[in-house]
Design a protein around this ligand. Structure first.
Ligand code: PHE
Ligand code: ZN
Length: 891
């Protein structure tokens, strides 16, 4: 038998409401794979059992791009008349209640450039099965609610594939005599097919046994390509910290005797939580001081944590269907955020982490939620699930989980988690089940809270207050609304926790007397559930300055008519460090909006002394964590400023922000130099929060100083570049040199530094990515320069990291150049999306999203953006992935 299935049908949406339980469960899966790069032979034997509770009567299997050699049901070859195939779906009707299916397929890993299913990477074989990659290996009921026990036998040439890994425990290995060998793996846990994994090839590992809290020893391994063993230590340390943290914070133990991490340079996403065999993008594993920055170190820690934490939130309890994706992702992001915050430990350290997370949410998720791809945390429909691994599912999903934490408190949340596992361990469930566990454990009615899952869009909360000096009352009125999003014109009120404090004139928190506040309490969680509500504080001795939405207690945009003086007061005194930072951002945003308007009107630009003074005071306040000061001194990004406008003018925003930077640099020069000198970190590199914070502030100071066009600051950057003993300092110096605004003669020296950097690190793929990225976002890099860089021998679209380093960075993070008035940026974008569509639809669709907000630009730009979108939409053989994104953008 020989057949191929190709999906040629037009993209069609699938709906959450259409969920039907599978007609058959799968109990066991035995797989045998003869591994080869050109060709891999897969034999699968599975036992199925009819699900009497389903309306579905057929055996339904999915397959994609398979060459099928054999299909046997209970030992008998299936005849063509006994099954049907449509697109990716095979149906076998009239099957008995108990079935053994035997399937043989052939696949071609080297031809798999989509990096989904089984593919080749640097001569090794790697799988990626989430969300629907398993069907590219064999026919299977490839849906997350079908959970089975897997045994996997791997056979391969010993020289080419000395290491053979799969999920669970290694139960047997040996020689096959003919230069080939085998390994047999058994995963003792039921799992959905998306968690299946194999890795085969020339890999080496750092390993360690680690004593678990329950006394068992677990073998931990980090596998990398030979030559990278000097870069695995941080990942190993992070893994051990993750295991300990989940034991201590949530009482969750590692359930396997062996836990493996594998790093590959070819990966569509950050990492993948396959049971016992996590597969990572090298970006989130490899680190040593000379190649990785502080941000890389922190990223590794959080992603190692994230994937490890999935073992409980995702693997032991998984998703019923892909509409429930945020059940595992939102929860696991919340867990990794808390992990990173707990590791820093201090209150400001936690706040710094919180600010960083909120920055991402605002910059990327708020924008998504206001555009054509806006979707609820639990979507109602999609065309291609790969397009729904979004900041809404992940980051907003995490904010939703954080709101339970805020509403129920630390212990209440833990009770909810315990109840969730007690009820659902081993099951595939829905977001509603998580909500029910939280409600039941906390004894709370969380019915209305469901709207956070069903309604898209970023809610607006308008706050206003009236102080009554005679009665000593302070009445705070909160009013909520939510803009329309595709398919959702009207929204119902959300259940919004708004954490509030009141500051006195001396900057101290006033004690709060209001419903729900205990004596002495200085922060209270108000629950806004109606369209508008008034909360009254009693015994308020003086008119306070309100500190609203402390610690960003809900993913909303909050408006309050603050005066500049009130904001400066909050920036100087708020006991909630998040809101201190927030006050600074509000002050800055106001000014950047005005400056942008001034640029557009051709007026003179100026920055007021009051704002500069507030920044200076923060910069010089050495009682504050340097990381916190760095965040306050960082102006809102051009993308965040853009959200303030109905019609975005990227060049004017850029000019305004650059002006503000130069003015700050000018006014604070001496203070910046002092901050630079006071935050040097001599001695051996450590990625710990304290020295990393110093480097962050020092390098921010350097970047401001580089806006001061003087030989002296250029020399400062050049010396730092030459003498840097770690990548954080080296890269920061190179950034400063490349963006230096002075004498054009200095450009030569900057170019020389760029060339030196490349030469020194040409063999380190992750550093070459940085080299491309740094240039992609440089303000002088225009479309022509990007095209030139695309001709560099090290550039390729075939590797996702490399493609992203140059092209994504340019399209998403260099707005003033990408939106060149002649439309050349959009033409480049269209070419890239079309080229990537043929290679890797998932990566192409991500780049396609760069045009999401095209309706926010001037009519002249809009017209050019629309033309580019239409060009992509009209391309033949467009993947479902790209088609969905551009169709929705054009709708
Ligand atoms: N589930 C992975 C994570 O969040 C992300 C991922 C999705 C990786 C799809 C690969 C493919 O940890
Ligand atoms: Zn995840």
């Amino acid at each position: 038998m020989h057949m191929r299935n190709d999906n040629l049908s037009a993209p069609q949406a699938i709906y959450r409401k259409d969920y039907v339980a599978p007609g058959f469960w799968v109990d066991t899966v035995e797989m045998g794979l003869d591994l080869g790069l050109e060709q891999t032979y897969v034999a699968t034997r599975m036992t199925l059992r009819r699900n009497p509770d389903s309306t579905e009567k057929d055996i339904v299997l999915f397959g994609d791009g398979l060459k099928t050699l054999q299909l046997r049901l209970n030992g008998v070859n299936l005849k063509k008349s006994q099954y049907s195939i449509q697109g990716e779906t095979m149906r076998i009707p009239d099957a008995p209640d108990d079935v053994v299916l035997e399937i043989e397929t052939l696949i071609q890993p080297v031809k798999n450039t989509a990096l989904s299913g089984l593919y080749a990477s640097a001569g090794n074989l790697i799988t990626q099965c989430e969300a629907e990659g398993f069907r590219r290996i064999t026919w299977f009921p490839d849906r997350p609610d079908v959970m089975a026990k897997y045994t996997v036998l791997l056979r391969a040439d010993k020289k080419a594939f000395p290491v053979l890994l799969s999920n669970g425990n290694l139960i047997e290995e040996g020689d096959l005599g003919d230069g080939r060998h085998y390994a047999k793996w058994e995963d003792p846990f039921f799992k959905p097919s998306y968690l299946f994994a194999i890795v085969a090839g020339k890999l080496v590992c750092q390993e360690e046994t680690f004593r678990l809290q329950d006394g068992r020893d677990a073998l931990l391994q980090v596998w990398v390509e030979p030559g990278n063993l000097d870069k695995t230590d941080h990942a190993m340390q992070s893994l051990k910290k993750s295991i300990r943290w989940d034991e201590e914070r949530f009482g969750l133990e590692l359930d396997l005797d062996r836990f493996m991490i594998v790093a590959t340079g070819d990966f569509n996403m950050g990492a993948m939580e396959n049971k016992g065999l996590n597969i990572f993008n090298t970006k989130y594993v490899l680190a040593n001081p000379s190649i990785a920055t502080d941000i890389d170190y922190a990223g590794i820690e959080s992603v190692v944590g994230h994937e490890y934490f999935h073992n409980w939130t995702g693997n032991r309890v998984t998703c019923r269907d892909w509409f429930q994706l945020s059940l595992k992702e939102g929860l696991t992001v919340f867990r990794d955020q808390e992990f990173s915050a707990d590791l820093v430990g201090t209150a400001t350290g936690r706040a710094v982490k919180r600010i960083e997370d909120v920055r991402v949410l605002r910059q990327v998720q708020f924008s998504e939620d206001a555009g054509p791809m806006a979707h609820p945390v639990r979507p109602d429909s999609f065309v291609e699930i790969n397009n729904f691994y979004t900041v809404t599912i992940y980051e907003k999903g995490s904010e939703v989980v954080r709101m339970y934490y805020t509403l129920l408190g630390h212990d209440g949340f833990r009770k909810g988690m315990d109840l969730y596992f007690a009820r659902h361990d081993g099951q595939a469930v829905e977001c509603d089940d998580f909500r029910a566990a939280m409600a039941d454990a906390g004894g709370r009615d969380l019915t209305q809270f469901e709207r956070w899952y069903s309604q898209a869009g970023t809610p607006r909360v308008h706050a206003s207050a009236v102080y009554n000096a005679d009665e000593k009352t302070y009445a705070l009125t909160l009013t909520q609304s939510c803009p329309a999003t595709p398919g959702q014109a009207e929204k119902l009120p959300f259940h919004i926790p708004v954490t509030v404090g009141l500051l006195g004139a001396d900057g101290r928190d006033l004690p709060l007397h209001t419903d729900g506040a205990q004596a002495g309490q200085t922060s209270v969680v108000l629950e806004l559930t109606e369209a508008s509500q008034t909360f009254v504080f009693r015994d308020v001795a003086e008119e306070p300055v309100p500190s609203l939405l402390r610690n960003f207690s809900a993913p909303v945009v909050l408006h309050f008519d603050y005066s500049d003086a009130q904001l400066a007061h909050l920036l100087a005194h708020d006991s909630d460090p998040f809101n201190r930072w927030e006050a600074g951002q509000r002050l800055a945003t106001r000014r950047l909006v005005k400056l942008t308007q001034a640029v557009q009107a051709g007026e003179a630009l100026a920055l007021d002394e009051m704002f500069l003074e507030a920044l200076r005071n923060t910069l010089n306040d050495t009682t504050l964590d340097p990381a916190f000061r760095e965040l306050v001194l960082t102006l809102p990004s051009e993308l965040v400023i853009a959200e303030e406008f109905d019609e975005v003018d990227p060049q004017a925003i850029h000019t305004a922000r650059q002006y503000a930077r130069a003015a700050i640099s000018d006014a604070l020069r001496g203070d910046l130099l002092t901050a630079y000198e006071n935050n040097l970190t001599p001695g051996a590199y450590s990625p710990d929060a304290e020295p990393a914070a110093k480097r962050a502030l020092k390098n921010l100071a350097l970047s401001y100083l580089a806006d001061w066009p003087q030989q002296a600051t250029f020399e400062l950057a050049l010396t730092q570049f030459d003498e840097a003993e770690n990548m954080t300092d080296r890269l920061a110096a190179l950034h400063a040199l490349v963006n230096f605004k002075g004498d054009p003669k200095l450009k030569k020296a900057a170019d020389k530094a760029l060339a030196q950097f490349y030469k020194k690190f040409a063999k380190e793929a992750l550093v070459v990515d940085k080299w491309f990225m740094l240039q992609a976002v440089a303000e002088t890099t225009d479309v022509a320069r990007v095209r030139e860089l695309m001709q560099h021998p090290a550039f390729t679209l075939n590797n996702p990291n490399r493609a992203r380093s140059l092209t994504f960075s340019f399209c998403n993070a260099n707005p003033s150049q990408f939106h060149a008035p002649d439309g050349s940026g959009y033409a480049l974008w269209a070419e890239l999306v079309i080229a990537l569509n043929k290679i890797n639809p998932q990566v192409a669709a991500r780049l396609a999203r760069s045009m999401d907000r095209w309706k926010k630009y001037s009519p002249a730009l809009q017209q050019k953006m629309k033309a580019a979108l239409e060009k992509v939409a009209g391309t033949k053989k467009l993947s479902k992935d790209v088609a969905e994104v551009v169709t929705k953008a054009l709708a």
